[in-house]
Design a protein around this ligand. Structure first.
Ligand code: F6P
Length: 360
């Protein structure tokens, strides 16, 4: 195999550059392969200017850099591509163009680094005959078939630091601090940062919560001489019998972006617990900047393992971390069931044992 390609799709995550570097260095150094970088996700395969050659020189110094030198796109599904026709936006299937372009570029393998959405597209392309190998990336940690995705550890570290900082100001002012964290429909970031930061309340999408339970926890801390509380809440969390909260879009309707539940809870605690509250929405700070050592190492291991699989010409797999080892997992299996917090798992049990209110 002489050429392989690599692209990064979906939202960015710390560690993408570490994967790109590992792929280029090992493909080139061990197997003498040329690596073609595809820019802005699958979009780069539909644009003649969307490819660049990646050499060990061009990936020098990027191991610790956030973002992706290839660029990425959230809305780059070739099976449902948005295009303008006579001034009107239409959705068309451009997947055959992608398949043809992969052949034209003579890519012996295409390494796709992405989250659930990108990996689903990858599976469909594999089923159309493309030589795909996936690598799981997401701060949300919700990709199935792997114990961890790279990007998650960095997001948890940043969220934990935020909780630490909120703690001191909460204590000084006798306030409740609500921290809204990312994660889509999975509560991993809110749970892990909540545990690491010593939050009093942790609310995740996997367990619809009762407002009364939050008030009780906050009031009981006041009664115990601790007149401040920290609430770590996932953006996708919602009350029992209630809906998830979405942000307003530019036209004034509701967008598909989760957000707003932190404000709702903050206002309710202020009213029902007669306490000053503040809300912090950590947002994209969780995704930007330098990856942690763990994420750099995991991303590097995923990248090198994907190149070994490409050399063996084994396609339709995603690299997964199982225990301490990286191993190939069928893409079909990886996308079938997204990963969610185990509500009876050890992390949740530890939180319960320490008296954290989890919404139940
Ligand atoms: O999937 C990663 C993620 O950061 C989610 O946690 C969040 O809901 C979403 O992406 C935000 O997307 P965008 O970057 O489009 O605002």
């Amino acid at each position: 195999m002489k050429h392989i390609g690599i692209l990064t799709g979906g939202g960015d995550a710390p560690g993408l550059n570490a994967v790109i570097r590992a792929v280029v260095k090992s493909a080139n150094g061990v197997f003498g392969m040329r690596v073609i970088g595809i820019r802005h996700g699958f979009e780069g395969l539909l644009d003649k200017k969307g490819i660049i050659e990646l050499t060990p020189e061009s990936v020098r110094g990027i191991l610790n850099r956030g973002g992706t030198i290839l660029g990425t796109a959230n809305r780059g599904n070739p099976f449902a591509r948005r295009v303008m026709r006579d001034g009107v936006q239409v959705i068309e299937d451009a997947s055959m163009e992608v398949v043809e372009r992969i052949k034209e570029l003579k890519l012996g393998a295409l390494i796709v680094v992405g989250g659930g959405g990108t990996l689903r597209i990858s599976l469909e392309l594999f089923e159309q005959g493309c030589p795909i190998i996936g690598i799981p990336k997401t701060i949300d940690n919700d990709v199935g078939g792997t114990d961890v995705s790279f990007g998650f550890d960095t997001a948890v570290s940043i969220a934990t630091e935020a909780i630490d900082r909120l703690h001191s100001t909460a204590e000084s002012h006798h306030r409740s601090m609500v921290l809204e964290l990312m994660g889509r429909n999975a509560g991993f970031i809110a749970l892990e940062a909540g545990l690491a930061g010593g939050a009093d309340v942790i609310l995740i999408p996997e367990i619809p919560f009762h407002f009364e339970g939050i008030y009780e926890k906050v009031r009981s801390r006041v009664a115990a001489g601790r007149p401040f509380s920290i609430i770590s809440i996932a953006e996708g969390a919602h009350p029992v019998g209630g809906e998830q909260s979405f942000l307003d879009d530019v036209q004034g309707g509701k967008s598909k972006r989760l957000g707003g539940i932190g404000n709702i809870i903050s206002e309710k605690i202020a009213k029902n617990c007669a306490m000053e509250t503040r809300v912090t929405v950590l947002g994209h700070l969780q995704r930007g900047g330098s990856p942690t050592a763990y994420d750099r190492s995991l991303a590097t291991r995923f990248g090198a393992a994907a190149v070994r699989l490409a050399h063996e010409q084994t396609f339709g797999y995603m690299m997964g971390l199982r225990g301490t080892e990286i191993m190939p997992v069928e893409l079909k299996q990886a996308v079938a069931t997204p990963s969610r917090v185990k509500v009876d798992g050890d992390a949740m049990q530890a939180a319960r044992d320490l008296g954290v209110y989890l919404g139940e």
